[in-house]
Design a protein. Structure first.
Length: 116
């Protein structure tokens, strides 16, 4: 059976994630029992939560998916839509951690202070 275009994007994301050490990821099952609109791939890397919604071509996230991505970002996680054109953004976002703001840095310092 041939891979769908979206499945190819998901496979590319997984291949990129496998290049990283100590990354945790999974594909949440939402059929009937799960929460609708949850991103295709949920990732934890270096203490940060990521949600990656995979799309093919010009397909857009549904209203439910958009709401969930916005909720993750509002909770100071990082969530975005990935397609063939920006799939390489996955490693860029995870490695550069440009989204890592002052709140996170102060939290990290608090943890270090508690360890002393």
């Amino acid at each position: 059976m041939a891979m769908t275009p979206e499945k190819k994007v998901k496979q590319r994301v997984v291949n990129l994630l496998k290049e990283l050490d100590d990354v945790y990821y999974f594909f949440p099952a939402t059929g009937g029992y799960g929460r609708s609109g949850v991103p295709d791939i949920v990732v934890c890397y270096k203490g940060m939560f990521y949600g990656i919604e995979c799309k093919a071509g010009s397909n857009k996230a549904t209203a439910l998916q958009t709401r969930e991505l916005e909720n993750i970002n509002a909770a100071e996680g990082v969530a975005w839509v990935v397609n063939e054109d920006n799939v390489d953004s996955v490693l860029g976002v995870l490695k550069t951690r440009e989204h890592d703001g002052p709140r996170r840095k102060s939290w990290q310092q608090l943890v270090l202070d508690l360890e002393d």
